[in-house]
Design a protein around this ligand. Structure first.
Ligand code: TYD
Ligand code: MG
Length: 464
């Protein structure tokens, strides 16, 4: 049956293969994305002979070790999300909504690498040379070895890269590049796939670290084919909304390092700068404390961060009470409210509940559960939590406080920021060494954590 098929239809979005053409891809649901691909006639015997002549099989112990040092991008936060720096021949796709600062960040990185003497080629298919010059002037950059090309023809771009052999290439953005082999417009799925593939292959062949900028659609996914994500070594997402000054660079995929790392940047009048001490920024003004505020010790990637959690519990004016969470999972909030109702006897049936994580962070670490619960209790009872107290622990369905990963790192971050106390899961507290001047309050249940706060010696406000 399979031998008779001479052509197959491949979905350009998800790679689904079908023996006949269909208007809608049954796998990803996209319309008009199936494109015919001819399958060459098979000759199994010839293939076997050819393979055995050209291929030498190696055992795991015989594989060559790649000891290439990482190239630092000049930005610690970027190196962190890349898993230690740039890799030769490594291709990084960086996605993010328009105006978030992708071009700014990559022009700065290009300038930084060029100032270290690297031959850098920055290609923009979106901006003219004068626009790039204006931006560079605003960033007060001067880097003579940084070469700029405003071009979108794939043939010219690959020609320039092959002729100049740069040590670092930025292509801003992959959706603007087009090949004259295709009749479709730049940004079309076939074009993006082909251009992405050609540039990636060139980067690998020439051992050039390369950054590709990818545009993001309204729903937040990368525009163009998903195959691009599979093709590249590393996928970074630049996030943060226009209202927040912080910009978060997240790893969604990394062949050379861990995922879930976060780099924190700030957008200012002179471009993108790194946030050196993010916890200090995210805990807000500790002198001004209000009810419903609690400091959580969250883990973003491998780094502990102190984040201010704000909760507002108010009587609802409509029949159905509202549950609204920014930066925290809404289903997790529903679970926490159910636990508080059942285990602490609190009532939220006629209350609206709003949760907000400071700084535009999206907290996925279960270790922030206890801080969210305490912020809700504090707002409901209109009582202020003790100052200089941080909290971490996951909450289970029976209201128990469960231990979480990397407790020692979390505690040392709390201690580093000069906090007085930390409320932590009882199991964690047993095996931990107490840093000087830090008061450890262990909690077995949420009720127990509330009681601990009420009895805490540094708790001078009204009692919960
Ligand atoms: P840009 O890098 O063009 O975004 P992207 O390439 O992701 O679309 O960033 C544009 C925004 O950044 C724009 O709103 C202006 C702002 N900006 C600053 O705030 N400071 C600066 O120094 C620069 C160069 C831009
Ligand atoms: Mg741009």
């Amino acid at each position: 049956m399979a031998a008779k098929v001479k052509s197959s239809y491949i979905c350009q979005t998800c790679g689904y293969a079908s023996p006949r053409w269909m208007g809608k891809c049954p796998d990803c649901g996209a319309w008009n994305t199936l494109v015919e691909e001819i399958i060459p006639a098979k000759n199994a015997k010839r293939r076997t002979t050819l393979a055995m002549q050209t291929v030498k099989l190696l055992g795991l112990d015989e594989l060559p070790v790649d000891q290439e040092p990482r190239i630092s991008s000049g930005y610690k936060e970027l190196d962190r999300v890349l898993g230690g720096g740039l890799v030769k021949g490594g291709v990084v796709l960086i996605g993010g909504p328009p105006g978030i600062g992708k071009s700014t960040l990559l022009l700065q990185v290009s300038g930084m690498l060029a100032s270290k003497g690297l031959n850098v080629l920055y290609i923009s298919g979106e901006e003219s040379l004068s626009q790039i010059k204006l931006r560079a002037e605003r960033l007060e950059m001067s880097a003579p070895t940084l070469k700029i090309l405003s071009e979108s023809s794939l043939e010219i771009i690959t020609g320039v890269i092959e002729a100049t052999q740069p040590g670092f290439v930025v292509m801003d953005s992959i959706q603007t590049v087009f090949s004259s082999d295709f009749e479709s417009l730049p940004g079309h799925i076939g074009q993006v796939r082909y251009c992405g593939h050609t540039l990636t292959k060139l980067a690998k062949d020439k051992q050039i670290p390369m950054f590709l900028v990818g545009q993001v659609t309204k729903d937040g996914s990368l525009a163009g084919p998903r195959v691009l994500e599979h093709l590249v070594d590393c996928l970074l997402l630049f996030e943060g909304d226009d209202q927040h000054v912080y910009r978060l660079l997240r790893t969604a995929k990394n062949r050379f390092g861990s995922t879930n790392e976060v780099g924190i940047f700030e957008m200012g009048s002179k471009g993108v700068t790194e946030v050196k001490n993010p916890s200090a920024h995210l805990i807000g003004n500790q002198a001004h404390t209000a009810s419903g505020t609690c400091i959580a010790v969250s883990l973003e990637g491998t780094r502990p961060l102190l984040v201010e959690i704000q909760a507002l519990v108010t009587p609802s004016s409509y029949g159905t009470p509202q549950r609204n969470a920014t930066g925290f999972d809404a289903r997790r909030l529903a679970m926490l409210l159910a636990v508080l109702e059942k285990r602490l006897g609190l009532h939220f049936g006629t209350q609206d509940v709003f949760i907000n994580a400071a700084g535009g962070l999206r907290l996925i670490d279960p270790g922030v559960d206890l801080a969210v619960a305490l912020a809700i209790v504090s707002s409901l009872k209109e009582q202020v939590l003790p100052p200089k107290t941080a909290v971490f622990g996951e909450i289970g369905l029976s209201g128990e406080v469960r231990s979480v990963t990397q407790s020692a790192q979390r505690i040392s971050e709390v201690s580093r920021l000069g906090f007085d106390s930390v409320i932590l899961p009882v199991d964690t507290a047993k095996g931990i060494k107490r840093p000087d001047k830090l008061n450890l309050l262990s909690a077995s249940t949420v009720q127990n954590a509330v009681d601990q706060l009420s009895n805490s010696s540094n708790f001078r406000g009204s009692r919960i």
